[in-house]
Ligand binder design. Structure first.
Ligand code: KIV
Ligand code: ZN
Length: 512
């Protein structure tokens, strides 16, 4: 499978973690915390960062000023201001020393909001917007030769009924100097398609060099989809929050949008490999947990539990696109393996993979044998841990109980061994001779009437650190039963001779 090539204009990611994300926190970030997060956003290579809302508090003003001064010429630093002179003055005071400052001013033009929240008429709200941009432009001009102004129509998503009016106002605002027109879905209420149609209409009616931006909240859980599709409908600036922080159900999640665009072949310009680490840091610093099922970064995002999914996941483990995952996790700097969790829904491939992950040998037939045993245990207990699967392997594969019970196997002299065991609780003792312990044991058994056909045997030297065992040797003895079926007996012991004999007894217990 290949990523398609996408020749569209590169998206311009605009981070709002330090403003929309911050304003929604139970404890908004201090200056030091904002500084730390700012650097993380820069490391992601995000070109524009809204650093705060200076008029909201003295602390945020100070933070904005410090961050504005810290930012390099590669990062646009933006601050928010309502459409009034006081807010704009405060905002400009905070960013006047920045190398690449931006003023972001906003007011709603939604009929509902204008009437019920602002208690104004549409024309009054429109005039405030136009005046604010005009004032901002003039003031910014004093320290920026080409003022960078963004204007947002708060609640743009609620403007479908007065869209023509909104477009007229926006045309005026662009004439007054706003370069970027941000169209927020401040509360996500309707279909993404309705929103996209509105965006396209605005884009068609504004001068072609106007940068169209979207800022989607996630009230119905569709913000990522809406933002990705808005990009393909002509929005270039994408306002996103790390980990989808933000008011209520949050803003559009940066991680998801960036990866979705990458998968569609878009050159994102950001460093995807920093996503996972940054997500963990943001979660810790915001005290907003990453929920189990969070796409890409959630602890469960790489877990497979059904047999069919496990089989596909294991077969495509190393590939970029997995059978049951959208990307290779290393793309976002995530290096934990895909989790294969064994439940009553799981299958043989999971057992095989789990045992192999402990570096123990196992055949597919052996995992087929263990599967129903593990499934019925999982039916009672729920998901089994990998350690529990390993215990089953030791118990049911390496230590098979049955008619034969080895008591001792001792060398008397070179090539001569004393074999002592129970068969159906009856004591048996025999002297076996042969070319090594396997040969001697099988010859001894033959003397007592237990004829066996050895197909082959194999000795594995196991690392002493292997989980669940301090053993050094595992023996696999393959014998043929009366119908010439191969029966594998495995055993582990610190003595290779004993590992071999135990393996023979495990095979015998399967045959008798
Ligand atoms: O959600 C919103 O509309 C906003 C604006 C201030 C851009 O955050
Ligand atoms: Zn918002």
């Amino acid at each position: 499978m290949q990523r398609p090539k996408n020749p569209q204009t590169k998206p311009f990611f605009y981070d709002i973690t330090l403003r929309d994300g911050n304003q929604s926190l139970k404890k908004p970030w201090s200056l030091e915390e904002k500084l730390f997060i700012f650097d993380k956003i820069v490391e992601l290579n995000i070109p524009a960062i809204e650093i705060g809302f200076p008029a909201s508090s003295q602390m945020d003003f100070e933070a904005c000023k410090t961050l504005a001064n810290r930012a390099s010429e590669n990062t646009t630093v933006s601050v928010l201001a309502r459409a009034n002179k006081n807010d704009i003055d405060r905002a400009l005071q905070a960013i006047k020393e920045a190398k690449k400052p931006r003023l972001h001013t906003f007011i709603t033009l939604s009929p509902f909001h204008v009437e019920h929240v602002l208690n104004k008429t549409q024309n009054q709200a429109a005039q405030l917007a136009i005046d604010a941009v005009e004032y901002g432009y003039k003031s910014l001009r004093e320290f920026q030769s080409e003022p960078d102004i963004e204007f947002s129509v708060e609640h743009f998503g609620d403007c479908s009924k007065n869209l023509d009016f909104v477009i007229e106002v926006l045309s005026e605002i662009v004439k007054k100097g706003a370069k970027t027109i941000n169209l927020p879905n401040t509360v996500e209420r309707y279909r993404p398609k309705t929103f996209l149609d509105m965006i396209s209409k605005v884009k068609e009616n504004l001068p072609s060099d106007t940068i169209i931006s979207v800022h989607n909240h996630n009230d119905l859980g569709m913000a990522t989809a809406t933002t990705v599709e808005a990009y393909f409908s002509g929005a270039v600036q994408l306002e996103c929050c790390l980990n989808g922080l933000g008011e209520r159900a949050g803003n559009t999640d940066f991680n998801q949008v960036a990866v979705a665009l990458y998968n569609c072949g878009v050159e994102t310009g950001v460093d995807l490999s920093k996503i996972y680490e940054t997500a963990l840091i943001i979660s810790q610093m915001s005290h907003v947990k990453i929920y189990e099922k969070a796409p890409l970064i959630g602890p469960e995002a790489l877990a497979h539990r059904s047999g069919i999914h496990q089989d596909g996941a294991i077969k495509t483990k190393e590939m970029d696109f997995g059978a049951y995952r959208p990307i290779h996790p290393s793309l976002i700097g995530r290096f934990d393996d895909e989790k294969i969790g064994f439940t009553s829904q799981s299958g043989k491939t999971a057992i095989y993979d789990i045992i192999k992950s402990f570096k123990y040998p196992i055949t597919i037939q052996e995992s087929v044998y263990l599967t129903p045993i593990a499934k019925s245990l999982a039916e009672q207990k729920g998901e089994l841990s990998n350690d529990e699967i390993l215990e089953l392997y030791f118990d049911k594969i390496c230590n098979i109980k049955g008619a034969f019970e080895l008591i001792s196997f001792k060398q008397i002299e070179k090539g001569v061994f004393d074999l002592f065991f129970n068969f159906n609780n009856e004591r048996k003792e025999v002297i076996g001779t042969g070319n090594g312990p396997v040969d001697a044991c099988l010859n001894g058994l033959k003397k007592l009437g237990f004829e066996t056909k050895l197909s082959y045997y194999k000795q594995y030297s196991l690392d002493g650190d292997l989980k669940g065992s301090s053993a050094q040797a595992m023996s696999a003895i393959v014998m043929l039963d009366s119908k010439n079926n191969e029966i594998i007996g495995r055993a582990i012991d610190t003595s290779t001779a004993l590992a071999n004999v135990k393996a023979i007894f495990n095979a015998l217990n399967q045959m008798y």
